[in-house]
Design a protein around this ligand. Structure first.
Ligand code: GLN
Length: 486
């Protein structure tokens, strides 16, 4: 396994113990070795990565390097990258080369990070298993018969299998946390508005949020330092000052109050997952935290509310893919309507089409009040549940997902079972609060993620809590045995 601790890599690069060119080449070699079986990358940018690495080495030598200079990372393939194909894992955008750069990728480039490539995902970020990709499914490196989770499955696998030091992901209803949990890595979904959405291909705009995926909380803090902050190009970006996410990592946890919602430990939760989470919570008690039982009474409404709101927003966001301006266009259209219909029917997979239809229906006259408005009211209740709970406790903990990674193909014909995977993650997006997934043990020989949810803009606190746990446990250091796995 290649070294993946950003602090020590930065140190070694500065001390000239290694060069970024060597480091980048070693990651590209790992990608060549493993990507044919795991399918974690859609696009690998070998040439531009090596050229950027050479420049990073020059900048390091000159003392002008940014904080992440020379560190090889990868981006989920929905961040627009200027001049580099950005597909959103859809046939619709399979040849789309954006003429501009997303804020997240631009900021990481400014910080000196090297982009190895663009990672696989569920098409338009719709999914929980990374089986909905025009470029083929992604496999879990811990057991290649199992899914890696989704929608940021490619990003999670790249980190877990040592094909990138860290990656970016996006989380609309769990897409950073659930694949992080399934692949045994650390992921952070920041507060809505903390990280700019500019240049991210939109799924559900009021829920989408970008964040880091890496081996450890400390590595996530390095990425957050680069990407967090106000962006005038995103109208929902928060004008709230950022913090240095690395400085508070060592704060002791004495006196921390952790809330355990009873709804997170009920029916449907795999026993091995429950055991691992309880064990992790008792580790926090040893670190000085106090535990309190709490309730988030409207949790069960989060799935129906989310699966009205997200498809509604998606139906509006995806209306721009009409074959006219960009994206797939059908051959020899008879007329304009034929071109719209066939281009969309050919360009979008069944899952995406289903969501567009559900969303269009929910927003249509006569149904808007019954579905969309009602879902918005439920969203308000869910948000209020978190606000009330976070008045009583500092953070909330529970599992990320009810199970560990499941078998490829086992839920593809059962959308309800697939949507139930998101039961513990969706509510966080509906409320807009930040949350993390950190490795916290194993069940069925597969990694279990502990979810840590906090109040608005408390990312530094969450990273501190996660880091303290990782100073006292080694779950985050465990890596899949690739000889067996792949
Ligand atoms: N699994 C959820 C969905 O399919 C969440 C996806 C996401 O967070 N992008 O919508």
């Amino acid at each position: 396994m290649l070294e993946q601790n950003i602090s020590s890599l930065v140190q070694k690069l500065r001390n000239k113990e290694i060069t970024s060119l060597e480091l980048t080449q070693s990651y590209l070699d790992k990608i060549s070795e493993l990507n044919p079986s795991l399918n974690s990358y859609i696009t690998v940018c070998s040439e531009s990565a090596l050229a950027a690495a050479k420049e990073a080495d020059i900048a390091i030598a000159a003392g002008t390097a940014g904080p992440l200079a020379g560190i090889p990372i990868a981006h989920k393939d929905l961040f627009c990258t200027n001049g580099i194909k950005t597909t959103c894992a859809s046939k619709m955008l399979s040849n789309f080369v954006p003429p501009y750069e997303s804020t997240v990728t631009a900021k990481l480039e400014q910080a000196g990070a090297i982009m190895l490539g663009k990672t696989n995902m569920d098409e338009f970020a719709m999914g929980s298993s990374n089986e909905n990709s025009h470029f083929g499914l992604v496999k879990n490196p811990w057991n290649t018969d199992l899914v890696p989770g989704g929608s940021s499955g490619g990003s999670a696998v790249a980190v877990a299998a040592g094909m990138a030091v860290a990656t970016t992901g996006t989380d609309t209803g769990g897409s950073i946390r659930q694949p992080a949990s399934f692949c045994g890595i650390t992921g952070l979904k920041p507060t809505y508005g903390r990280v700019s959405r500019f240049g991210m291909i939109a799924y559900a705009s009021s829920l989408d949020q970008a964040g880091p995926m890496a081996r450890s909380a400390e590595d996530c803090a390095h990425l957050m330092n680069a990407i967090a902050g106000f962006d005038p190009q995103d109208s929902t970006s928060a004008e709230v000052e950022t913090q240095d996410y690395l400085t508070n990592l060592d704060q002791p946890l004495t006196g921390l109050t952790i809330g355990l919602p009873k709804e997170y430990f009920g029916e449907g939760l795999e026993q091995g997952v429950a055991d691992a989470i309880r064990q992790a919570v008792s580790e926090f008690e040893k670190l000085g935290a106090k535990i309190k039982d709490i309730s988030l009474p409207n949790l069960k409404l989060s799935i129906p509310a989310y699966y009205v709101i997200a498809p509604s927003e998606a139906s509006s966001n995806l209306s721009r893919f009409d074959g006219v301006r960009y994206g797939h266009r059908c051959d020899e259209p008879k007329d304009l309507i034929d071109m719209y219909t066939r281009s969309r029917a050919e360009g979008f997979s069944k899952e995406v089409q289903k969501r567009i239809m559900v969303g269009t229906y929910a927003l249509s006259e006569g149904y808007y009040d019954a579905y969309y408005l009602k879902a918005q009211r439920i969203r308000r209740l869910i948000k209020q549940d978190f606000v009330n709970a976070l008045n009583e406790v500092d953070v909330i903990m529970g599992p990320v997902a009810p199970t560990t990674a499941f078998a490829i193909g086992s839920k593809t014909d059962d959308p309800v079972a697939m949507y139930l995977e998101d039961i513990y993650t969706l509510s966080v997006n509906l409320a807009g609060i930040p949350a993390m997934s950190i490795p916290a043990g194993f069940s069925n020989k597969m990694p279990v993620g502990l979810q840590i949810m906090g109040d608005y803009f408390t990312e530094a606190k969450l990273l501190n809590i996660a880091h303290q746990f990782q100073q006292h446990t080694d779950w985050h250091l465990q890596t899949p045995n690739m000889d067996k796995g792949a």
